[in-house]
Ligand binder design. Structure first.
Ligand code: FRU
Length: 534
């Protein structure tokens, strides 16, 4: 059907196609107002053309193409009817939208999972077949791991006739999001699955028969509820290939530092069977310090380069953001690396270098010493709200140095370095539309403290800002790359030692930059603004 231009339609489904079983939750009850629905659609971030998107799934690189599958509801812009949506790109920036690759079936929703290139035909579908492992989820069958294969470069998948390939041995209700990788020393496939408050490891020779090996996670990190979407990758420490470490990425919801969803990680060793974490159970490390970085997993088969992509939202309010025709965008792809700081190993998540191709016009600014206030109007001529800001900022040792990204209505995303507290802060109390989402109780101790120190009379959890410890960085000058795209602000400090991803909903683009200091002065140098576009 087509919607009349500028009109509204309410559609209810009475009949479904014969093969479209289990679509009882169809949610075509939204009214589509074509005049205002896409105002916040990002210019250069991946979004579905229509419908709801959450987690990136099954991302894999093959023959020059990056496949981005994602949790997708083709029938409405709220969560439901989960399929694997599909987009492909040759450069991680320009995405072509393809038909959904795996559709919901009698076993239930198609939840998150992963895809591998079966180079040596271990599963029997041919050399280099793409094999997807995903969770089927339904009330009737629970959460079970299933398999599907593609022999047409990931365009279509055939489900394995003997699905499921793996059930929880203890009847667990939450058992999902398999991530599979090839473990070369033992010449076997390894799967990591989230199983409520732990991650379980399984091994296989053929991607169909899986044997339980071990579990990790109980009591580790921040985990008030359960783990979701795990990933498991190997990286050199400080670029030294003789010093490799394993990193377990896990997404937790709710229970994050700022409420709701976020990504944490553990660094340690893996002997082919078991993971041992370097740090004590109470140590918590976050991959991103914003409120809108979730379900981040890495693209399979990219060799030594490890690239993660997040879903840019938070379950606290993902279904009610002020968008209608589509909901959900991916954060910019990030290249992961390990660095050592104060005897600890951390993950840096820096935006991939491919994004530089988005830079259209560059504007350079003279270095300036800010004492009090320094304002730049018309930051980007005739802006559509899509640009990058790059600068070095030296804040001095005490006080606050920062900038507001503002529009003429006085709406502002406030970003500052609080040197007394040792924090990079982003405050979105006055960033534009903030009055949606739920006011939920803090889960982590930090959150309470955070609310006090922000001294914000927040309306809800969306308005609440976020902060990151500056102790993750070295030196006194901080290099910032700030990506603004209609309704998001992603901040990368010192090559991703701090990453902070937050949504914002200004009612017109921010186009004034107001630097300020409180109690001291700050130097801003090497500042450039780039208009970004595809
Ligand atoms: C994470 C998640 C996954 C699940 C999917 C369902 O955001 O809850 O655990 O597979 O979303 O859409």
């Amino acid at each position: 059907f087509e919607l009349p231009q500028g009109g509204k339609a309410t559609v209810s489904i009475r009949k479904v196609a014969a093969d479209a079983v289990c679509w009882e939750h169809i949610q075509l009850t939204d009214t589509f107002d074509t005049s205002n629905t896409d105002y916040y659609r990002p210019v250069y971030h991946h979004t579905p053309l229509y419908g709801w998107m959450n987690d990136p799934n099954g991302m894999v690189y093959k023959d020059g193409e990056y496949h981005l599958y994602f949790q997708y509801n083709p029938y409405g812009s709220k969560w439901g009817n989960m399929h694997w949506g599909h987009s492909v790109s040759t450069d991680l920036i320009h995405w072509n939208h393809l038909k959904p690759a795996i559709a919901r079936d009698t076993l239930g929703h198609i939840f998150s999972g992963s895809t591998v290139v079966d180079k040596n035909n271990t599963a029997g579908y041919g050399d280099n077949a793409l094999i997807a492992l995903y969770t089927s989820a339904s009330d009737e069958h629970g959460q079970i791991q299933c398999m599907a294969y593609s022999t047409d470069d990931g365009r279509t998948y055939t489900k394995y006739e003997k699905n499921p390939v793996l059930l929880p041995f203890d009847g667990l209700k939450d058992f999902r999001d398999p991530k599979v990788f090839w473990y070369e020393p033992d010449k076997k496939w390894v799967m990591i699955v989230s199983a409520d408050k732990e991650m379980r490891f399984y091994a296989s020779q053929n991607l169909k028969d899986w044997e339980y090996m071990s579990a990790f996670g109980k009591g580790y990190g921040a985990q008030p509820n359960q783990f979701e979407c795990p990933d498991f990758i190997q990286l050199p420490v400080d670029g030294d290939k003789n010093k490799m470490k394993w990193v377990m990425l896990v997404n937790i919801n709710p229970g994050c530092m700022f409420g709701g969803s976020a990504t944490e990680y553990f660094v340690g060793d893996f002997d082919g069977k078991e993971f041992t974490c370097d740090t004590k159970p109470e140590t918590v490390k976050w991959l991103d310090y914003g409120k809108d970085h979730y379900a981040a997993v890495c693209i399979s088969n990219t060799g030594e380069r490890i690239i993660s992509i997040p879903w840019m939202s938070n379950w606290q309010y993902a279904n009610v953001t002020p968008i209608r025709q589509y909901r959900g965008a991916n954060g910019l792809p990030r290249e992961l690396s390990l660095y050592t700081k104060d005897g600890q190993i951390y993950v840096a998540a820096d935006v991939v270098k491919e994004v530089e191709a988005l830079r259209k016009d560059a504007r350079s600014f003279d270095a300036v010493t800010v004492k009090g206030e320094h304002k730049i109007d018309e930051l980007v001529p005739q802006t559509d709200g899509a640009y990058e800001l790059e600068m070095d900022i030296t804040p001095g040792t005490s006080g606050v140095a920062g900038f507001d990204l503002m529009n003429a209505k006085g709406e502002a995303a406030k970003i500052y370095l609080d040197m007394k507290a040792g924090r990079l802060v982003m405050d979105r109390t006055a960033s534009g539309l903030v009055a949606f989402g739920e006011k939920s109780e803090p889960h982590a101790k930090e959150t309470d403290d955070h609310r006090k120190t922000m001294s914000v009379n927040y309306q809800n959890d969306f308005a609440l800002g976020t902060w990151a410890p500056l102790s993750l960085c070295e030196g006194k000058t901080y290099h910032l790359n700030v990506f603004v795209d209609k309704c998001s602000v992603e901040i990368f400090v010192d090559g991703g030692r701090i990453a902070m991803t937050n949504l914002v909903f200004p009612t017109e683009p921010y186009n004034t930059l107001r630097f300020y200091t409180e109690g001291g002065e700050a130097q801003v140098s090497n500042m450039k603004v780039y208009k970004l576009g595809l």
